[in-house]
Write a protein that binds this ligand. Sequence first.
Ligand SMILES: [Zn+2]
Length: 294
Amino acid sequence: MSLKRILTAALILALAACSGKSASQSATAAGGKVAVVTTISTLNSFVQGVGGDLVTVDSIVPIGASPETYQPTPQDIAKLSGAQLLVENGAGLETWLQKMLTNVTDSNLKTVVCADGLPVKGLNPHLWMDPVLAQQYVLKIRDGLIAIDPGHTPQYTKNAADYNVRLALLQKKIQFQIDTIPPAHRYMIVFHNAWQYYNDRFGIKTLGIVEMNPGQEPNPQQIAAIIDLARQHGVHAVFSEPEYSPKILQSIAQGAGVKIVEDLYDDSIGTDPRVANYTSMLQYDTDVIVSALK
Ligand SMILES: [Zn+2]
């Protein structure tokens, strides 16, 4: 065991030892608000939408980082130890979470697993990218907050209903925009498969996925196969997120003679106000996709 590992383990134990405070102490620490921690920043909007001024929310995976390859830090354990509600996606996204939770000794921590009971496709955890499924996330977060803070049931109920009206309007607007893309152009090659639920909802075909397994780069044969598919279908663009290296995408784009779009947001919101919450992020992504595929 390296010195760094030993120090990290010691810090984890120290943090775990001082995390046994009660829910009421946590609430006081957060200024009387329910302290919520999400795993990924994209889920924060749902918590803020339902909780409003009654909650504080922070995420574990930093903005701009990939949840599939994330390594939690001792600070993350401290964050969870002070929280009353953990909102995780589930469906296999946060592979690092269970181990991390064993270091959190606060038995008052309640958990909402957003994807539980929803129609998960294969091993793909990105259900929130479909605003219709996102409405189910909102309802689960509402129920989680009511269980912790039943005194504010009317507010949580109203906020969740209002937020879901916004999601329904967003869904209609996105569909309207996607429908302006000629059907023969409705193909995407994506870096990682965050787009399956969005694409299935709105009628885009995910033609190729560059990185099938998180953190595992494709081999030359796989890259060649994607280039072939792109040529066959006259694909207009390959899409990625800012957190991934553009190197492989550049070779695919050059080989297939298509452009690269590397500013889609899905696992993480961004710091730019245009992508700083879920609804603006999905709107921004849609604008980017439509202009690239038209
Ligand atoms: Zn992802």
